[in-house]
Ligand binder design. Structure first.
Ligand code: PEP
Length: 253
């Protein structure tokens, strides 16, 4: 039985005030909500502070990036062990912002996945196709290619206790979500592809949908059998919207 999971990816947004006010409100509004794991992923500068504000709550901490190295002369980078050391649990890997703006290749992403798993972080592997790739019918090929990078590096066991976030690039930050049927078809395909390598891991791997999730479309998306939760960008910055999406994902299917 897969447990729903909602992650708020704050991207490059936030401030000390925002972290404080947001977490106070979030803890308060989610105090009676069970049935859904909740994660916030603020910018790295606020992770330690956020962790201290989250202490004693069920809300976990996620980070948005990690280096491929454990330590050494890599100015400006943050290692998986450092993230683990300050209480981070989840790590977002392969987000399209990083694939496109920072030119992260599948090999780099696989290495980030590897170092994260090695230290006991939970990788959240973002995959998904561009608008053009969708239009020419390459959605499944793109997902396979991005998943294969991990399978080739670590084998199917890599996906044990991890998360895949299907995030079609054309839906991220555009206000144009995939329809529930479109998303379900891809999620089912992804689970089926993992099952070809290991059925029990496919059954337990959490597959989130991400891309313009909001308080209006979340409920119908969540009714789909292979949608196990959401990776939320913009709507995760508004506490009431984020709380409503969490409440939707904590309701039984
Ligand atoms: C994201 O950046 O991962 C994301 C899903 O953003 P948004 O919800 O704003 O589309």
């Amino acid at each position: 039985m897969r447990h729903p999971l909602v992650i708020g990816n704050w991207k490059l947004n936030g401030s000390k005030h925002m972290v404080n006010d947001f977490i106070v409100a979030l803890r308060n509004k989610l105090s009676s909500v069970v049935g859904c794991d909740v994660v916030i992923a603020p910018p790295v500068a606020y992770l330690d502070m956020a962790k201290r504000h989250l202490d004693g709550s069920c809300i976990a901490l996620g980070a948005q990036n990690v280096d491929t190295h454990f330590s050494g002369a890599f100015t400006g980078e943050v290692s998986a062990e450092m993230l683990k050391d300050i209480g981070v649990k989840y790590i977002i890997i392969g987000h399209s912002d990083r694939r496109t703006l920072h030119k992260e290749s599948d090999d780099i992403i696989a290495e980030k996945f590897f170092v994260s798993k090695t230290v006991g972080l939970v990788p959240v592997l973002c995959i998904g196709e561009s608008k053009t790739e969708k239009e020419v019918g390459q959605t499944e090929d793109v997902c396979v290619h991005q998943i294969d990078a991990i399978l080739n590096r670590m084998g199917a066991k890599a996906f044990e206790n991890t998360v895949i976030a299907y995030e079609p690039i054309w839906a991220i930050g555009t206000g144009k979500s995939a329809t529930p049927a479109e998303a379900q078809a891809v999620h089912k395909f992804i689970r089926g592809y993992i099952a070809k390598h290991d059925e029990s891991i496919a059954e337990q791997v959490i597959i989130q949908y991400g891309g313009s999730v909001n308080t209006i479309n979340a409920a119908e998306l969540f009714t789909q059998p292979d949608i196990d939760g959401f990776l939320v960008g913009s709507a995760s910055l508004i506490v009431d919207s984020f709380v409503m999406i969490v409440k939707i994902a904590s309701s039984s299917k």
